[in-house]
Design a protein around this ligand. Structure first.
Ligand SMILES: [Zn+2]
Length: 454
């Protein structure tokens, strides 16, 4: 027996070492030069004219107006376009699509009827559609079955398929029952609505739940602050924040009551998800503490929402902007119905079209385009906690960028017409058409390096 254990340990050691040391194969060091007619810095809301961006492999190596283009470089002429960082949806759900048919928009039934494997494939398709609309980063915060979200992140990072950079939360952590109200049968047999929520009622359970998610590849942690009357206390939330920090993760709180919002703010949470329950006083405190808001500000459309709910959403978003809360662009997208078609053409709207449509709420709140753009880029990169390596079009950063006709600093609707998308230095879309073939490989071309092996 002891010999067997030793053999297993040795084998594990070999496997783990193999994973930890597997570095990315040397990236092609081909140089690309992008000629940008206009280059936006969303941080300052300014534009530079006739800029060149040099890219080697996956990263930006130089940006400027009089750069010499190295011999042999591939030149991409975007001189008639406006180039800017890729967009961020700071709160979405890639592997959940609840429907009017067959489940009557009843999320419990979606969980029963759609397997994690099917949902992971939905997520892969959603990722491609979002990238096509210029979203190069998403925070995917739960309701993804048994870790379809972390699998999506891994698949995109390893180079199996194109998609945004995914910051997944793993399974949402909540007091018993999570966000659902399971029957005793569902709860005690623990095999129907689970694994959508991780029950964590005590300090030990909270620590365990945070660790489990990080072990399985989460890059952020999502807590149900007040999904049940028992909810989480300030101390519970602080405990989760401290444990998550050990794995390099920030915490988002799902908030649906004013009391829950106050507890999340008092605990010093990083992001509050959903703006409905927030008061002007909460906004004031969030601005003071620098707490991000992922308001999930749904527009009123023929396929979603009501006029009354929209009016309230707009008023809350406007107040948060006036109080200078760090705002992110966020959608909470996780549904589908057969009214999601273009009025003029009758064609299906893509997941990207449906996501960018959320700018309607921001326009209705009279938020200036430069501030909307900052929410959709810089604040999103900060909320995703990746701004040190992705976002700003600056030397040393990953080469993620998009280009549009028109000027989003004066007309935010220009973002609806993305002509060009680059991710990790590779061209995904050009002249308005997807050209993703270089993203597809018969095997993983990038393996994890650094402290994370998963
Ligand atoms: Zn959500």
């Amino acid at each position: 027996m002891r010999k067997l254990m030793v053999a297993i340990y040795l084998l594990l050691g070999v496997v783990m070492t193999g994973v930890a040391f597997a570095q990315s194969p040397s990236q092609p060091s081909a140089i690309t030069a992008i000629k940008a007619g206009r280059l936006i810095d969303p941080e300052t809301g300014t534009v530079a004219i006739n800029q060149t961006v040099l890219i080697q492999g996956e990263r930006i190596t130089a940006v400027g107006s009089n750069l010499a283009i190295p011999a042999g470089a591939t030149v991409i002429d975007l001189s008639k376009l406006t180039v800017l960082p890729g967009l961020v949806d700071a709160h979405t759900h890639m592997a959940l699509t609840y429907k009017e048919q067959p489940e009557n928009n009843y999320y419990y039934l979606t969980v029963v009827m759609d397997s994690t494997a099917l949902r992971a494939i939905q997520a892969a398709s959603n990722g491609i559609q979002l990238l096509n609309s210029g979203f190069t980063v998403i925070r995917d915060v739960g309701n993804n079955g048994l870790y379809a979200d972390t699998a999506l992140r891994q698949a995109i990072e390893q180079g199996w398929l194109p998609g945004p950079t995914v910051i997944p939360s793993g399974i949402i952590i909540g007091g018993t029952g999570g966000q659902l109200w399971p029957t005793p049968e569902m709860y005690k047999r623990h095999n129907i609505v689970y694994p959508e929520y991780l029950d964590a009622n005590t300090p030990d359970e909270i620590i365990r739940a945070v660790r489990e998610n990080m072990l399985f590849g989460a890059r952020t942690i999502k807590l149900c602050i007040d999904c049940k009357p028992w909810g989480y206390s300030v101390d519970d939330i602080k405990l989760a924040i401290g444990e998550a920090a050990k794995g390099g993760c920030k915490v988002e709180g799902h908030v649906q009551t004013p009391e829950g919002a106050q507890r999340a703010i008092d605990a010093g949470i990083y992001i509050i998800g959903h703006g409905n329950a927030l008061t002007p006083e909460h906004h004031r405190q969030m601005a003071e503490k620098g707490i991000f808001l992922a308001g999930t500000d749904t527009p009123f459309t023929k396929y979603r929402g009501s006029e009354q709910a929209f009016r309230q959403t707009v008023a809350k978003l406007r107040d948060a902007w006036e109080k200078k809360v760090p705002l992110t662009f966020s959608t909470d997208f996780d549904y589908w119905n057969d009214r999601m078609k273009d009025d003029k053409t009758g064609e299906w709207l893509s997941r990207g079209d449906l996501t960018i449509a959320f700018i309607e709420t921001w326009k209705a709140a009279n938020i200036p385009p430069a501030d909307i753009l900052r929410a959709m880029t810089i604040n999103g990169y900060r909320a995703a906690d990746i701004i040190k390596e992705r976002g700003p079009i600056k030397t040393g950063m990953f080469a993620d960028m998009i280009a549009v006709t028109g000027d989003p600093l004066t007309d935010i609707d220009a973002l609806r017409n993305v002509q060009f998308v680059m991710k990790n230095g590779m061209v995904f879309k050009k002249d308005g058409l997807m050209t993703p073939e270089k993203f597809f490989h018969p095997g993983p071309v990038r393996m994890p390096s650094g402290r994370w092996t998963r």
